[in-house]
Design a protein around this ligand. Structure first.
Ligand SMILES: [Fe+2]
Ligand SMILES: [Fe+2]
Length: 366
């Protein structure tokens, strides 16, 4: 609440008489420019951030942790030597909106899943559920750890993507815990970790550039998992499992949207990096058609692949039917990947022969 000018002036005068330096009390140039809450959504970052606070520099020299829009102060020590301080490297349109959505849609694995709906299942189905849940727990760990390492690398001037990544880490912790609970809640237990010789997530984790990490994690890895979660109805045996897949898919769609929107921004402002981005997509496609990344639960050769076939087929006796459904899921993964890359502005690879030929067969044949 703003005080009247004469009251403000008298306070300041009183302070000076007492020997205090009250220059910090000077009013900012945005004084009096408040915002009203939206009727249902309340006060949102994208609304409240206006004027100076909304001015995002193309390059940031803010190494002192100064909040964007606050006045600098001389003599303050540097608190970070942020490697990510070029806007194009990390920015996306609507980052604040995505963050607000993440906050508004948090859920609890303890109370938002109707766990009581899980009853005794045939042994082969329960073991398959537990194997799949074990593998997903493993990849969710990577999905939290990797963006987590980048948060403190980003200058506070780009706080929107920073805070979105913080929300993603919370989401991934919840995914990790909900699948851990599923493995243990019905007496099955955690099963074998992946037998793939490659450490799960190693390629994503070795990325030295934020956009490289985002392309490998948000678009490639999480894109494939999102498609699988969206088809959760096919592999769920009760309402609890349906809820798990539905709620996780809701979160994953935000993570994938972050990657798509970031790639879209970077590709439009730094055209000299487009070829580099295409090379990340080359890798993403190789992983998609061969399972080379070791992080796609649907990929051949992983324990989760066989578990999925049992769940989708309805038991070990019908595993062949399950593998047919898995093929349909892989096809859908490819279709959704193509759609995301088009939205991100890199669709020319599907027209000019750059895309992986095996991928093109999927796209054209289905
Ligand atoms: Fe996740
Ligand atoms: Fe995710």
């Amino acid at each position: 609440m703003a005080v009247a000018d004469d009251v403000f002036a008298s306070y300041r005068e009183y302070g000076r008489e007492q020997g205090y330096d009250l220059r910090w009390l000077e009013r900012r140039d945005v004084w009096g420019e408040g915002v009203s809450p939206r009727s249902r959504a309340g006060v949102l970052l994208q609304d409240v951030d206006h004027g100076l606070a909304a001015e995002v520099p193309d390059e940031s020299r803010n190494l002192t942790g100064r909040p964007r829009g606050a006045l600098p102060r001389s003599g303050v020590a540097r608190v970070g030597n942020y490697p990510v301080r070029t806007k194009a490297d990390v920015w996306l349109r609507n980052g604040a909106e995505l963050y607000e959505e993440a906050v508004a849609r948090q859920w609890s694995s303890a109370t938002d899943i109707p766990w009581q709906a899980i009853t005794s299942l045939p042994d082969d189905i329960e073991r398959a559920e537990c194997q799949l849940a074990t593998f997903i727990t493993e990849i969710e760990f990577v999905a939290g750890d990797v963006p987590g390492k980048w948060i403190a690398a980003i200058t506070p001037d780009y706080y929107e993507p920073r805070m979105f990544l913080l929300s993603q880490v919370m989401d991934e912790a919840r995914h990790l815990d909900v699948f851990r609970k599923r493995a243990l809640v019905n007496g099955g237990g955690l099963m074998r970790r992946t037998g793939n010789p490659q450490v799960v997530g190693a390629v994503i984790d070795s990325a030295r550039d934020f956009t490289e990490m985002s392309a490998r994690l948000h678009i490639s890895g999480e894109g494939a998992v999102l498609t699988l979660f969206r088809m959760g109805e096919l592999m769920a045996y009760n309402d609890a499992e349906k809820h798990i897949y539905r709620l996780c898919a809701q979160d994953e769609s935000r993570h994938v949207a972050f990657g798509v929107m970031h790639l879209q921004y970077l590709g439009s402002v730094e055209t000299d990096r487009r070829e580099e981005i295409q090379s990340y997509l080359d890798d993403a496609e190789l992983a998609l058609v061969t399972g080379a990344s070791g992080q796609n639960p649907v990929a051949r050769g992983l324990p989760s692949n066989a578990a999925l076939a049992i769940l989708l087929g309805g038991g070990e006796a019908n595993v062949d039917d399950g593998y047919n459904t898995l093929l349909a899921i892989r096809q859908r993964q490819v279709k959704e990947y193509v759609q995301r890359v088009r939205v991100a502005g890199f669709g020319e690879r599907f027209e000019n022969g750059r895309a992986n030929p095996m991928l093109e067969q999927y796209v054209q044949a289905h």
